[in-house]
Design a protein around this ligand. Structure first.
Ligand code: GLN
Length: 205
């Protein structure tokens, strides 16, 4: 499938960075390596050079934001995201958003409103199968996507050009896309399913 959306993963010149300030960046890196793309851990503004895309990992969004401020990364990340693919998973999705109804450092790149820790204390971690049409279409597969949620946020609403990509059965949004920007409440890097990373790589190419 040379012309398919996944052909980008065969491109050996493709380089994807992962913000490596805090959280599960190592898991994203190993997923990307499995797919054969070059990777880079991003801790300083100069690490963004020559990247085709950037992943903001899960972890603790307030900590990630504070460290990004301390390392003078806020502006460089915002500039990078204007014309490059950026994907936030869980805490990364929070950091990528415009609004979380509380005061914490946000990149504000994606036109989504997010509610942190939206699933309450008893059920702050769970797994469920999602029917993600776009993902199945792009990968030419039919099986649902098994999603892992850990103290996960909900995407309360999408505005402007952002659109929902995946919802729970009750209609709550757990993945959204706005052009080359992607946000997921869940953690594809903690599964064996590479489809979401492949989808992101296709956005970055
Ligand atoms: N609860 C975390 C936050 O609000 C996100 C959790 C995660 O990334 N798994 O930042």
């Amino acid at each position: 499938m040379d012309d398919g959306p996944w052909s980008a993963i065969l491109d050996p010149t493709m380089k994807i960075g992962v913000l490596a300030l805090q959280g599960d960046f190592a898991e994203h890196i190993s997923m990307l390596k499995r797919l054969g793309v070059e990777t880079a851990e991003v801790r300083l503004p100069e690490h963004l050079k020559n990247l085709d895309g950037l992943i903001l990992p899960g972890g603790e969004s307030t900590t990630i934001g504070k460290l990004a401020m301390a390392y003078q990364l806020m502006k460089p990340l915002q500039e990078f995201g204007r014309d490059h693919a950026v994907w936030g998973t869980c805490a990364g999705a929070i950091f990528l958003s415009k609004d979380v109804s509380r005061d914490q450092p946000l990149l504000g790149l994606m036109d989504i409103t997010v509610q942190r820790n939206a699933f309450g204390r008893q059920v702050d971690s769970f797994e469920t199968d999602l029917e993600i049409e776009e993902l199945m279409k792009a990968s030419g597969t039919e099986h649902p996507y098994h999603a892992v949620f850990i103290r996960a946020p909900i995407i309360e609403s999408v505005q402007g050009k952002a659109r929902p990509l995946a919802t729970l059965e009750d209609g709550r949004i757990v993945a959204a896309q706005e052009g080359h920007l992607l946000a997921t409440s869940f953690h594809p890097e903690l599964t064996n399913d590479t489809r979401f990373h492949e989808y992101f790589i296709s956005l970055a190419s």
